[in-house]
Each structure stands twice: as structure tokens, then as C-alpha cells.
Design a protein around this ligand. Structure first.
Ligand code: 6GU
Length: 244
């Protein structure tokens, strides 16, 4: 996958040099290209923003600068243009999976009050444009949201995770585990500061371990995410007893 990122703060993206994503880049699975938006601003102050029509607070990013940048980066190609914004569609595991199947993504990071809306209309004529929010809070710019999205997408690319961390068991992954949060995990020692690991995990009964883990996952989902618990399907009598 190729991922172009356009931002006035390309230095925000140094975390993409380390860990899983750093390795995916080194192996050629993921080709990240950073671009400084101001390189396409040609006035002496490299201005990228202006005051909003209709009045109001803040500044809006200028369409000509974004147009010049996106024309140069996309050329005659047809990437998916991802625009992080708190008013976008929610970023979910399903969206991460969809985007992971694309060969080329361009991330357009807005700052201030956002990018002039005509940019999304114009590029929507020649490529898929998706405005995406990573949650119900407001960040100062799209950079951190793009880090989140690239980490979620990058770990789904072929060969990035070993089989040991199969992505089919992920919380939120469409399938049998959909809408079920993962439960607690433990490692050695068996007792730490008087806290013992639950006996069942040391029992060697694989069936009992699986049942216990599922119960814990259900419990955690009900407690932490009642919205997800309400959408759980395929619950048996035992499960329902646990929810009441
Ligand atoms: Cl994608 N961008 C910004 N600026 N704020 C956000 C967001 C994105 N998602 C949630 N808050």
C-alpha cells in the first residue's frame, strides 16, 4: 500500500518510523510519503489559511493550496482521499478493513477550522473522498487521527502481523467476536502482591478456559460498552443470565 500524508506538521509522523509500522515500511509492505503543504504556498509567508466566509471564529484552509498539492500528488491516479475531521463518518474496524484493501490512500490533514469544502467536492469528481472522525471529541488537527488510522490499517496489511496475533479475533472485527470486547489477560508469576491469577487459567481445561474468557468478555462489554452489548447476537441462556 502507498500512503501519502499532506500536513503543515509532517514532523508529527515520526512515530511511523518505529515498531510494527516502521517494520512494514522497511519491508516495502507500506510506502509512506510525507508532504509539507506549505511547499505548495507561494506567497512570502507560505500562507495556507484565511478567514471564513460568513464570519465566525478561526481560519479555514485555502482551496488553491490544497488543489495544487493534491493535483501534484495524485497526478492521473485514483487514490482514496481520506480527510480527517470531527464531522466525518466514524472510523471503525470495518472501515480500517475496507481501507486496508486499497492500494493507495492520500490523507489530507486539516488544521484550524478545516479545509474549504470545495476541495472535497472537486476531488469527489475524480476519486473516492471519505471524511473520517476517530471519535466524539475535538483534536487541534487531523495529524493524530491519521496516526491512529494508519496504525489500525497498517496492522491489517498482509504479512504485518504474525499468525500469533491473528486479526480475526480482534475486538470489533466483523464475525463471531463482533461487538465483544476482549477480557483480562495474565502472565507469570501466578501470584503477584497477593493477587492470584484465576485458577481456571492454570487448570489446563481448554473448554473451561474458553467459556471463562467468553464470560469475562461479555461482562466487560456490558460494564464498559452497554451500546455494544445491546447489539450482541447469538447469546445463549448462560450468556443472558450473566447480563442480568
Ligand atoms: Cl479526524 N480530526 C480532528 N481535528 N478532530 C477529531 C477527529 C479528527 N476525530 C475526532 N476528533
Amino acid at each position: 500500500m502507498r500512503a501519502d500524508i499532506v500536513s503543515i506538521f509532517p514532523e508529527y509522523f515520526s512515530p511511523l518510523e518505529v515498531s510494527l509500522i516502521g517494520k512494514a515500511r522497511a519491508s516495502g509492505t507500506l510506502d509512506v510519503r510525507l508532504h509539507q503543504l506549505r511547499d505548495w504556498a507561494h506567497d512570502v509567508h507560505k500562507t495556507v489559511d484565511d478567514t471564513p466566509y460568513g464570519g465566525g471564529p478561526g481560519m479555514v484552509m485555502k482551496p488553491e493550496i490544497w488543489g495544487a498539492a493534491l493535483d501534484d500528488i495524485a497526478g492521473d491516479g485514483s487514490p482514496v482521499l481520506v480527510v480527517p475531521t470531527p464531522s466525518g463518518r466514524p472510523f471503525t474496524q470495518a472501515m480500517a478493513q475496507e481501507l486496508a484493501a486499497e492500494p493507495w490512500l492520500v490523507f489530507a490533514c486539516g488544521r484550524y477550522e478545516g479545509i474549504d469544502s470545495r476541495v472535497m467536492v472537486e476531488y469527489g469528481r475524480r476519486m473516492r473522498v471519505v471524511e473520517v472522525s476517530i471519535g466524539d471529541y475535538v483534536l487541534a488537527g487531523g495529524e493524530v487521527a491519521v496516526l491512529v488510522m494508519i496504525e489500525a490499517i497498517g496492522r491489517l496489511l498482509p504479512g504485518v502481523l504474525g499468525n500469533a496475533n491473528s486479526v480475526v479475533d480482534d475486538s470489533f472485527a466483523p464475525g463471531a467476536m463482533e461487538n465483544l470486547l476482549e477480557g483480562p489477560v495474565y502472565t507469570k508469576p501466578p501470584v503477584w502482591r497477593e493477587h492470584a491469577v484465576p485458577d481456571v487459567l492454570l487448570s489446563g481445561h481448554h473448554g473451561k478456559v474458553a467459556r471463562w474468557r467468553r464470560d469475562q468478555a461479555l461482562r466487560r462489554t456490558v460494564d464498559n460498552r452497554p451500546d455494544l452489548a445491546a447489539r450482541l447476537t447469538g447469546l445463549d441462556k448462560h450468556d443472558r443470565a450473566l447480563l442480568d
